[in-house]
Design a protein around this ligand. Structure first.
Ligand SMILES: [Zn+2]
Ligand SMILES: [Zn+2]
Ligand SMILES: [Zn+2]
Length: 146
C-alpha cells in the first residue's frame, strides 16, 4: 500500500487528513520497524517545527485505531511501527535503541494450550530487551561499567 491509499482510507474512515497528520504517517512509514515516540517526535519536528507533542500522540492513536500502525510499550515509552511488514517481534538494544526483527512469534508455540483453554488472544507483546553487538563492544569485558 502506498501512502495515497492510506490517506484515502483515513478519509473513508472519517478522519480528517491534515498536513501534520500526513507527516506523522510518513515518518512511521519511513522506518520499517519500531521507533519510540521520542524518535518520532524528533523526526517530525525536524520537518515541521510547529508540530506539537499532543498532535503527534493523537495522530499515532488514530493510526493505531485505523489499523495502520502497531503500538507496544516498554522501558516506560510507547513504540510504534507501520503495518507494511507482517506481524513480528523484536530484540531491542537498551543502549542505542537499535531493533532487530525476530522471525518467530511465541504465540505459535502456544496454539495447542490456547485451544485447550478455549482462550482467544486479542493482544500480545513480546520484546526482548538487551544490548546489541555494537554496544557490547563499547563496554568493558563482562559488561561491568567501572
Ligand atoms: Zn518491527
Ligand atoms: Zn546498541
Ligand atoms: Zn506475535
Amino acid at each position: 500500500m502506498d501512502i495515497k491509499q492510506d490517506l484515502a482510507r483515513l478519509n473513508a474512515l472519517g478522519y480528517r487528513v491534515t498536513r501534520q497528520r500526513r507527516l506523522v504517517l510518513e515518518v512511521i512509514r519511513a522506518n520499517p520497524c519500531l521507533q519510540n515516540v521520542d524518535d518520532i517526535f524528533t523526526q517530525c519536528r525536524g520537518r515541521d517545527e510547529s508540530i506539537s507533542y499532543p498532535t503527534i500522540y493523537r495522530t499515532l492513536d488514530m493510526l493505531v485505531e485505523a489499523g495502520m500502525a502497531r503500538r507496544t510499550h516498554f522501558q516506560g515509552k510507547n513504540w510504534y511501527e507501520g503495518v507494511m511488514s507482517s506481524h513480528h517481534h523484536h530484540f531491542v538494544c537498551t543502549e542505542c535503541g537499535a531493533t532487530v526483527a525476530l522471525a518467530v512469534c511465541p504465540l505459535d508455540f502456544l496454539k495447542e494450550d490456547l485451544r485447550a483453554a478455549q482462550f482467544e488472544v486479542h493482544e500480545h507483546q513480546f520484546e526482548l530487551l538487551g544490548i546489541c553487538k555494537d554496544c557490547q563492544s563499547n563496554q568493558p569485558k563482562g559488561g561491568v561499567l567501572l
